[in-house]
Write a protein that binds this ligand. Structure first.
Ligand code: LLP
Length: 418
């Protein structure tokens, strides 16, 4: 079931009315359904049940501690890209570190040290230079680093160019054609243990076909590496499974089924432990950004709806021309609609949530919900225009809990020196 549905004429999150939450905690406000996050997690568990695997949720999609804790409690691992994200994981779980993979093209020595000491499962190494530094840090700390190379498979995946990563022209990974040579070099390092091969071709990928194509290339490489005498035990298939942001029909269970089948087929019975790094698929549709209409106005031929949320709270429309459905929290009995730009208070023309969008006629004081905002919403929020980062609420089993309070102006200014 969709977590955001009307009860009577009032929009609710897993049974909790959004209007009450706006009154209690103010707006803008992120509201998440913990129930749906776990449902999505369970879909993965069900579809990959026959496969030796670990789900490593991509922390960057939504890094809220309460959400990480919810996932850690269900045995989920994590894909991290910084020392900061590792700290988050360590703070919510005593044993999740051994299910952590560390991705990213720019890992620094201090971050490597933190991960080595925490005993993470695997580093996804993205360059020869990084391999060298990691070998040095591991030797210094006398901690074996289990590694995979993140290979760049040169597979095209249809998505926004800013979030496509699997082509040679992108900064990500190591050219799969030279991977074998780099593995040979890694195998000579006393403190490095090559145990896996990783791939990640991009994000918000709707077709499951490119995932299969990329993984098939990885499987070939694993076979070669085993011939070279390496004990490769892990294949990390990355994340990237897309969702439906529009109003079209979307069956998440069928999507995961199709995705799992594509991966299983590409694996072809290869005996390895599969790692998966979904982010968006778990949290996007579980979250909404709740906002109040401040003003409406007409400039020439255009109507503007100005909300109290802005691009600093949800940057996806500005950055990727992303579509988010915008719906009124209270459904009116009138069928009247307007065509408007829905914009925030930030001083940039790029500060919009939608352009020329038809929506029910809203007026000052009305609440609107920006749907499917649970992934890459709060985690990309900033203080631009000296706006406080907003509060977050998590709904579980019919109960709403504030999991982050609104930032105060004092907190925003605290690091500055006069
Ligand atoms: N693994 C790696 C190595 C990644 O770089 C990412 C996302 C994921 C997993 C998770 O991908 P997902 O399952 O969430 O698609 N800010 C953009 C998305 C950036 C994705 C970055 N990497 C957006 O709002 O669409």
């Amino acid at each position: 079931a969709r977590p955001f549905a009307y009860q009577g004429r009032s929009l609710a999150c897993s049974g909790v009315a959004l209007e009450g939450l706006a009154q209690k905690f103010g707006t803008p406000l992120y509201v998440y359904s913990g129930d749906q996050i776990l449902e999505r997690r369970n879909l993965f568990a069900r579809e990959f049940a026959g496969v030796d695997h670990t789900v490593c949720y991509a922390v960057k999609a939504n890094s809220s501690l309460a959400i990480l804790k919810l996932l850690a409690q269900s045995g989920t691992g994590f894909d991290i890209v910084s020392g900061g994200e590792l700290e988050r994981v360590l703070r919510v779980s005593n044993d999740a570190a051994k299910r952590v993979v560390f991705s990213g093209v720019g890992k620094q020595a201090a971050e490597m040290d933190l991960a080595l000491k925490a005993g993470i499962l695997m580093f996804n190494v993205e360059s020869e230079a990084e391999l060298e530094l990691l070998a040095e840090r591991a030797a210094k700390l006398k901690k074996k680093a289990r590694i995979a190379l993140r290979v760049n498979p040169d597979v095209f995946a249809e998505t926004h160019p800013y979030i496509s990563t699997g082509l040679r022209e992108h900064k990500f990974g190591i050219d799969i054609r030279i991977a074998r040579k780099v593995y040979r070099r890694a195998a000579k390092e006393q403190w490095l243990e090559p145990v896996g091969v990783s791939v990640h071709i991009g994000s918000q990928i709707r077709s499951t076909e490119p995932f299969g194509a990329a993984l098939a290339r990885v499987v070939d490489l694993v076979k070669q590496l085993r011939k070279d005498g390496l004990n490769i035990r892990y294949v990390d298939a990355g994340g990237g499974l897309g969702i439906e942001y529009g109003t079209g029909n979307f069956d998440p269970a069928a999507k995961v089924h199709e995705y799992a089948n594509a991966l299983k087929k590409a694996m072809g019975g290869l005996d390895v432990h599969l790692l998966l790094e979904p982010g968006r698929f778990f949290v996007a549709q579980a979250g909404t950004l709740l906002s109040r209409v401040l003003y409406t106005k007409v400039n020439g031929t255009k109507t503007f709806v100005i909300t109290d949320a802005a691009m600093n709270d949800l940057i996806r429309p500005a950055l990727y021309q992303a579509h988010h459905e915008i719906v009124p929290v209270k459904q009116s009995s009138s069928k009247k609609t307007i065509v408007a730009d829905i914009v925030g208070p930030v001083c940039e023309s790029g500060d919009f949530f939608a352009r020329d969008r038809e929506l029910p006629a809203v007026k000052s004081g009305d609440l609107v919900a920006l749907l499917d905002a649970g992934a890459y919403g709060m985690s990309l929020a900033s203080n631009y225009n000296t706006r406080s980062r907003v509060a977050e609420v998590l709904v579980r089993n019919g109960k709403a809990k504030r999991i982050r309070r609104r930032e105060t102006v004092d907190e925003m200014l605290a690091q500055e020196v006069l």
